[in-house]
Design a protein around this ligand. Structure first.
Ligand code: ADP
Ligand code: MG
Length: 345
């Protein structure tokens, strides 16, 4: 089967010459859930709008279901888009909002009623069908907006930060519902977010965008464990990966060209200052009690390097000085350009 979407070397510049997208390659298989993630301004919405046909690329090829589609008008691409702002029609009921795209497509009353009922069931909004948007909570509105995108059974569903207006608890719940929706419908989904947790939990594959380029496209595990560069390493994971000069850790035998060491909080241990093990002498700078663990911030005096580590021990009972020991198997080294060095051994 042809990929649902294929982008080949898609590039775009804004009128003032700034690059918006740079040689983007992306292939999305039918039924796949792909997330585009990156910091604000990295080009996520632009890329989604190019896919939707709302923006034109300057160069490169866009194929939908194997067919060239660079010049296909947006309404003939078989896509539906859900935005951060729900854009429901305020004067229409939920049922009318859901029916609207079908009505526009000239579908019969019977077909429309059946499809609206199906979609309402999938999204568990059957009780809300007679309400107007003003009488819905934020989460309910977002569910209706998703439902409206689903009614026409689009070939590809595009989401642009659909949960960012919701509070944290609701976001978590909607995240789980979106995963269920994907399983239930088998829809092909391309989902934009700046939230790395959303990206990691939802995406079967995640494309990390950096300045209009895809830095890496892989599963959450691969991105987390084998980031290609410092940007990807630092973007995914909370707390952020610790970075420090590689020269501080000679016993870890940094590979040739290594500039920086990167190690995550869960891969650092704090031992007593007189421990026999190789480690970096540090002093305790700050601690945070998180319930299931403590986040401890330590500092190496000579280099001013700071590290955050996680420990099951309460930081309040720890001595003020210690030896910081990174787990060798989980240390990454980056060269001066920020590329991760893969040891040849
Ligand atoms: P994201 O969705 O990742 O936050 P966008 O794709 O919206 O980023 O924008 C990427 C960059 O392109 C930003 O620097 C933004 O200011 C710029 N940009 C977006 N739309 C336009 C436009 N129509 N004209 C010029 N610059 C734009
Ligand atoms: Mg955006």
């Amino acid at each position: 089967m042809a990929p649902a979407l294929e982008l080949r070397q898609i590039s775009k510049r804004w009128a003032d010459g700034r690059p918006a997208l740079q040689a983007v390659d992306l292939c999305v298989q039918p039924g796949e859930f792909v997330v585009l993630v990156g910091p604000s301004g990295c080009g996520k919405s632009t890329l989604l709008r190019v896919i939707a046909g709302l923006e034109q690329a300057d160069s490169g090829e866009l194929l939908l279901h194997g067919q060239p589609a660079n010049h296909t008008p947006p309404d003939q691409r078989g896509l539906a888009m859900v935005f951060q702002s729900y854009a429901l029609y305020p004067h229409m009921t939920v049922a009318q909002n859901l029916a609207f795209p079908l009505k526009m497509a000239g579908r019969s009353k019977h077909d429309i009623a059946q499809r609206v009922a199906e979609v309402a069931q999938i999204l568990q909004i059957e009780d809300l069908l007679t309400r107007k948007p003003a009488a819905l909570s934020g989460g309910q509105r977002q569910r209706v907006a998703i439902g409206r995108a689903l009614t026409r059974a689009p070939g590809i569903l595009l989401f642009d930060e659909p949960l960012s207006n919701l509070d944290a608890a609701l976001r978590e719940q909607m995240r789980i519902e979106l995963a269920r929706l994907h399983q239930q419908t088998g829809a092909t989904i391309i989902y934009v977010t700046h939230d790395q947790v959303e990206a990691m939990t939802l995406g079967q594959r995640i494309a990390v965008l950096q300045g209009g380029q895809i830095a890496q496209c892989a599963s959450a595990r691969e991105l987390y464990q084998q980031p290609v560069n410092r940007f990807v390493a630092g973007f995914l994971g909370t707390p952020q990966m610790n970075f420090a000069p590689a020269a501080l850790f000679p016993w870890l035998q940094p590979p040739a060209g290594a500039q920086e060491l990167g190690v995550r909080a869960e891969h650092l241990r704090l031992l007593a200052p007189d421990s026999e093990q190789d480690g970096l002498p540090v002093r305790l700078a700050h601690g945070e009690y998180l319930g299931d663990c403590c986040q401890i911030y330590v500092q190496h005096a000579a280099s001013q390097s700071r590290f955050c580590l996680r420990s099951k021990d309460d930081w309040q009972t720890m001595p003020p000085q210690g030896k910081l020991v990174p787990e060798a198997a989980h240390c990454h080294f980056f060269d001066a350009a920020g590329r991760r060095l893969v040891s040849s051994s």
